[in-house]
Ligand binder design. Structure first.
Ligand SMILES: Nc1ncnc2c1ncn2[C@@H]1O[C@H](COP(=O)(O)OP(=O)(O)OP(=O)(O)O)[C@@H](O)[C@H]1O
Ligand SMILES: [Zn+2]
Ligand SMILES: [Zn+2]
Length: 804
């Protein structure tokens, strides 16, 4: 008898204990580890999903095992490595294995989807394939299929005669798409082009594009519209003029766009060469060493990554490169795909889940050797990894906010051990944790102190906004910044203006009685959204109309306070009517592809000033940007988090680094009310090392990371009394397990103590060495499972990135 160990998905009764199920005879060679199956659970007939973790010959269970009812996948959806990882991840993040397994899956497999069998092209005429598919191109896999059919599908798949593909249900229709093709050959196309009027710009662009991409036809309409900015009307006109045809394509989504122009290796600077040499040696020796590259902005870290990746590929190994979601710009992507062509898969949130799935499949079947992506790409099913890179390693977004609360860096280090490959962490402003680890020799530190080609770092000026001249100015832009913007634009150069924005910058307040409009469900002010004419809650999504009189005193004197990007945009337009301003924030980037579009437009000089929030601070590389302005450097300083200084330093250093990256010198103006704060002063001279020393000293004084480990335990409940009571119970549990060398803070309400109608209390544990604590926290996680039914949410966050 074959027995499967299955981790089941029972939301209200989670456990990491696997359950045993019998594998029925007819499914004997179908079921393998990494597949999802349907089983019955408990006394009732309830059917639930589970992951097959192991298969064995005998059971320890004395009673009769229930059988597996049905296989959900006809191929494993997780590799053995990912199954292994799930044990470790669940343990590290105090979460349940099932949520780790789910997290590793591409999103399409977590949604409602359909599975289809399709023939591999060479085997369309194979007799058995034909008997399965009949006349159709594809066959949907359903739960009604007989075991014989399932077995046949399984065998044909093993013989690589068929493929199994997943399609999200509500996207199945979208597989039919409009595309453009032409019957004309390039010579005929050129004739058409020559006959166009010279002011028919759109037509010319379209025809030129067709000529350049004749080998890639048909091209989907959406690609022309989104990536090439060629409108539908231009396409229709060209169709009327017999230049092209519009057809419907049903086949395959096309995951990667047209490969950009091939780029070649740059001749490395000495510093770059030294970095590459050390990394390549580790790759050659299969040494799972961790490097930390501390390289100033513009020192050419990306080129180091690319040439190291190339070495890994030369040895027949693959490479994984993580970048923050916000850095996944076409610019960045092109730099990688330009070097490695279609061997690259890019996983970013702009992909539909179908496209994500296609990329995942290409990775899994080995046609991809380089994966570039944000946090969750760390689970990419690459085989034989030779190098893992984490760019901008200090970014908080590498830690997931929800269960499982994993840090991509930790997962990367785990995988590196399995694959015996080095990890490269890179940043101009490393996290204190990483820099401290390098100090202790746990990581190997590589400095890159100079910008490429000896370009100087930008000159930074701090503006004290408390000065009379500045406080007299009407808006938020100091006369000096205004003047410099004016001159930069006049010289035909470009500027970046950062509005350091956190949370609820534009809220309604009554100037008569001081009333502010709050969310009925959460303890936060509603944000004023001018473009939607709505007041919105950023936590729960609640929205209501913008009031015209104060709901409290009926006064008409209501105002909207705080500075939003729209407000700054208006001020810029007033002060500098000749400058073209592009705004980038959550509102202008909501639509798919909008982010990339803005960056491209700025790169194409369609604007003089790029105004934005945190999302414009990193990674951008525009040679003509000579001026960077920061409107309010202080906002991040005032957050109630011990990382406030670190975040401020990082942000200011990164954004300053956008200026003067090429031949023209850079200038940065930082407006602040705290001109003497060390985070601001050190950022102004781009002096990470000085900042690091000062900040380490303060962390030492106040017993924080990296001198102490931190774990945050939080409780939420609809009833505040219940939440508080439970948090005291938790505190007693922890106290009992801890030595008196450790520090226990709380319970205290979180900064925003009510979210989505639940009250939140948190306890912070700071410790150096507590061998009992880990097990205690795991016990708490298990013991409080039953409480989730009573409406409690308990979260354990190991090394939290934010404490609020
Ligand atoms: N060896 C080289 N020779 C010439 N140009 C180079 C070389 N290496 C990098 N560059 C160019 O220098 C610029 C800065 O490089 P890159 O963007 O990699 O810096 P970075 O260290 O990642 O900076 P940041 O931390 O600010 O993102 C880029 O335009 C890049 O093409
Ligand atoms: Zn709300
Ligand atoms: Zn009022």
């Amino acid at each position: 008898m074959s027995v499967a160990e299955v981790v089941v998905d029972v939301p209200t009764m989670q456990t990491n204990r696997p359950f045993e199920y019998e594998i029925p005879e007819q499914l004997a060679d179908v079921v393998v580890p990494g597949m999802r199956v349907e089983v019955s659970f408990g006394r009732g007939k309830r059917k639930i999903q589970g992951f097959v973790m192991k298969i064995k010959d005998t059971s320890n269970f004395s009673g009769k095992l229930k059988p597996i009812d049905r296989v959900i996948d006809l191929r494993p959806v997780l590799t053995p490595e990912m199954l292994d990882l799930s044990y470790w991840l669940a343990d590290q993040t105090y979460s349940f294995q099932i949520s780790c397994l789910q997290t590793m899956l591409p999103s399409v497999m977590r949604a409602k989807y359909k599975q289809f069998v399709e023939a591999v092209p060479e085997f369309v005429d194979d007799a058995e394939v034909k008997s399965l598919l009949g006349d159709g191109e594809s066959l949907e896999i359903t739960s009604q299929m007989t075991d014989e059919t399932i077995q046949l599908i399984n065998r044909l798949r093993r013989q690589n005669k068929i493929e199994i593909n997943y399609v999200v249900e509500n996207q199945a229709r979208q597989l039919k798409r409009q595309a453009v093709t032409t019957n004309l050959n390039p010579i005929q196309l050129r004739e058409k082009r020559n006959s166009l009027r010279s002011n028919a710009k759109a037509q010319l662009k379209l025809v030129n594009y067709l000529i350049d991409n004749v080998d890639h036809l048909p091209i989907e309409m959406s690609e022309l519209e989104n990536d090439q900015d060629i409108g539908r009307s231009a396409i229709k006109t060209a169709e009327k003029n017999g230049i092209l045809e519009i057809i419907e394509v049903t086949k395959r989504r096309k995951p990667v766009g047209i490969t950009p122009e091939k780029t070649t290796k740059l001749a490395l600077t000495d510093e770059q060469q030294q970095a590459v040499d050390q990394i390549v040696t580790a790759i050659d020796q299969s040494n799972p060493e961790t490097f930390l590259i501390e390289g100033v902005t513009g020192s050419g870290k990306t080129e180091v990554y690319l040439q190291s990746i190339e070495q890994a590929l030369n040895q027949g190994r693959s490479a994984l490169m993580l970048v923050p979601e916000i850095s996944l710009t076409p610019q960045m992507v092109n730099r990688v795909t330009g070097r490695f062509g279609n061997k690259v898969a890019v996983l970013h949130s702009g992909l539909s889940s179908g496209e994500r799935y296609d990329e995942w499949t290409r990775i899994e079947n080995g046609s991809v050797k380089v994966v570039v992506g944000a946090r969750s790409a760390v689970f990419a099913p690459l085989k034989n990894i030779g190098l893992i890179i984490i760019d901008e390693e200090h970014e908080a977004s590498y830690k997931q906010d929800d269960n499982p609360r994993y840090h991509a860096r930790d997962v990367a280090l785990w995988r590196a051990k399995q694959h015996k490959c080095p990890v490269v962490l890179g940043s101009a402003t490393p996290s204190l944790e990483s820099r401290a680890r390098a100090q202790k020799g746990v990581y190997h530190l590589i400095y890159m102190k100079k910008r490429v080609n000896d370009h100087p770092l930008p000159h930074v000026q701090i503006i004290d906004m408390r000065d009379a001249e500045n406080s007299a100015a009407k808006g938020d832009i100091s006369p000096l910044l205004q003047d410099n913007l004016y001159r930069a634009v006049k010289r035909g150069e470009q500027a970046i203006v950062l509005l350091n924005r956190r949370g609820y910058s534009s809220f309604m307040m009554c100037r008569e009685c001081g009333f502010t409009l709050k969310c009925p469900n959460c303890d936060v002010s509603l944000t004023y959204h001018k473009d939607l004419s709505k007041m919105k809650c950023h936590y729960c999504g609640h929205e209501e109309p913008v009031p015209t009189v104060c709901p409290n005193c009926k006064s008409k004197k209501i105002g909207f306070y705080g500075t939003g990007t729209q407000n700054i945009e208006r001020q810029l337009n007033e002060l500098l009517p000749q400058a073209r301003v592009l705004r980038m924030d959550v509102d202008t980037t909501r639509r798919k592809g909008a982010h990339a579009k803005i960056i491209k437009a700025f790169g194409d000089h369609k604007a003089d000033i790029l105004l934005g929030t945190q999302m414009i601070a990193k990674g951008l590389d525009f040679p003509d940007v000579t001026l960077v302005g920061v409107i309010n450097a202080d906002t991040t300083l005032s957050i109630s988090d011990y990382r406030a200084s670190e975040r401020t330093f990082q942000l200011l250093t990164q954004v300053s680094g956008r200026a003067g990256r090429a031949d023209k010198e850079g200038h940065v103006i930082i407006q602040t009310f705290n001109p003497d704060h060390y985070a601001i002063k050190d950022a102004a001279v781009q002096d990470y090392e000085t900042f690091y020393k000062q900040e380490m000293y303060l962390r030492h004084q106040s017993n924080y990371t990296p001198y102490y480990f931190t774990t945050l335990v939080s409780v939420a409940h609809k009833d505040e009394g219940q939440a508080l009571k439970q948090s005291y119970w938790l505190k007693r549990q922890l106290q009992a397990a801890l030595s008196d060398h450790s520090i226990l803070l709380g319970p205290s309400p979180t900064m925003i103590s009510r979210k989505q109608n639940k009250y939140y209390y948190q306890i912070i544990v700071k410790y150096k060495n507590e061998p009992q604590l880990h097990q205690k926290l795991l016990d708490i996680l298990n013991d409080t499972q039953a409480d989730t039914k009573k409406g409690f949410t308990i979260a354990i966050d190991n090394e939290p990135q934010h404490i609020d």
